[in-house]
Design a binder for this molecule. Structure first.
Ligand SMILES: *Cc1c(COP(=O)(O)O)cnc(C)c1O
Length: 357
């Protein structure tokens, strides 16, 4: 480690943190990792204090949205030090997203080393409580100033971190979901498979409207037939129908390859569950509900890990799932994944990158 130039902050802001009310993405820790792509190559990367960066009004990304990001977490391990969960997967996905919006790829090992160095330096910012974590946010964007519609010749990568609360204050609470028949998040051939700002901008209005009607998230259907299920909010979605775990397959081209998604699929196969990645329509889900074989529905994502769905509203009808209670399958995945992340069980699959301190 320590092959990066490090400029330490002169004054830590850690005393500003209200550890009992962290919420999500409100506090930013003292340092960032930063690297620039200029003249066709990335510089070596450096660590600097978190601070405002100069920006011109002509910054191309402000106008055309050539920007991608990642989200992963570091957890205080019960064995001492910290665990970063599957950062290799995030590094690879960042490069997949980069290709889709004409940004240059970044060396995955360098990114992981940069993240480790950053977390080590700001280790005081890793929250102590079970459920809390240090959220790690890499963001990469075109950094040139011009208004021509073309890929930016220069790019910047920044990794920032933020202490975040447990998603669940009191246990896993099932959420109510509105199946959107009006709005679409992404279509095949678009950028739905990239973790890029455009998808988020496109989802805000539907999300706000769902919120105002008392729903937590939107369930997205495909943009062509408005029948096949894509994702839920910014999470992947899974169904347990008659004991079988079913989730939309990635080759539909409009959903994100979630790391929690693949983690759950790995574990389900290990547990001997029947696991199927395929197209699944809202009609099939409603049909299963009517037959009484829709056992569970849940979202998967880094923020919540597992988010049980207790009710689906589709065409003004409400479908209650598992009595608005968390089901045994969702609970099992939540417990297993979090136990690995906090170092409470043996990490036999080598998913954690350990930081010793
Ligand atoms: C980030 C994200 C997910 C979840 O991915 P994880 O790697 O599991 O956090 C799912 N869908 C969308 C649209 C996302 O942006």
């Amino acid at each position: 480690m320590a092959k990066f130039n490090i400029e330490k902050t002169k004054e830590s802001r850690i005393s500003e943190v209200d550890w009992n009310n962290l919420r999500f993405g409100v506090y930013f820790s003292d340092h960032i990792f930063i690297s620039d792509f200029v003249d066709g190559k990335w510089d070596g990367g450096r660590i600097e204090p978190y601070r405002a960066l100069p920006m011109e009004p002509g910054l191309c990304t402000l106008h055309y949205g050539q920007t991608i990001f990642e989200g992963l977490k570091a957890f205080k391990s019960v064995k001492g030090g910290a665990n970063i969960f599957r950062p290799d997967m995030n590094a690879k996905r960042l490069n997949n997203s980069a290709k889709m919006v004409c940004l240059p790829e970044f060396d995955t090992d360098t990114l992981i080393e940069g993240i480790k160095e950053l977390v080590m330096l700001d280790r005081q910012w890793i929250p102590q409580e079970r459920g809390q974590s240090l959220y790690i946010r890499p963001v990469m964007f075109g950094s040139s100033n011009f208004l021509g519609v073309t890929a930016s010749p220069t790019t910047r990568l920044i990794v920032m971190t933020s202490p975040v609360a447990s998603y669940y204050a009191e246990g896993l609470k099932p959420i109510k979901i509105l199946v959107s028949t009006e709005y679409v998040r992404a279509v095949k051939g678009g950028v739905g498979m990239a973790k890029t700002a455009a998808n988020y901008a496109a989802s805000l209005k539907a999300g706000m409207e769902a919120h105002s009607k008392g729903f937590s998230q939107v369930l997205w259907l495909d943009g062509v037939n408005r029948k096949d299920i894509d994702e839920v909010g910014a999470m992947n979605i899974m169904f347990v129908i008659d004991g079988e775990l079913i989730t939309p397959s990635l080759d539909k081209g409009s959903i994100l390859a979630g790391i929690t998604r693949v983690t759950v699929l790995n574990l389900a196969k290990e547990m001997g569950m029947k696991v199927t990645e395929r197209n699944i329509s809202i009609d099939e889900v409603i049909d299963a509900h009517n037959k009484g074989i829709l056992n569970e529905v849940f979202g998967t994502g880094t923020a919540a890990v597992i988010s049980p769905v207790g009710m689906l509203s589709y065409l003004n009808k409400e479908y209650v799932i598992n009595n608005m209670e968390i089901g045994p399958v969702a609970q099992k995945f939540y417990d297993t994944i979090t136990a690995i992340q906090y170092g409470e069980v043996e990490d036999t699959r080598k998913w954690n990158v350990k930081i010793d301190f």
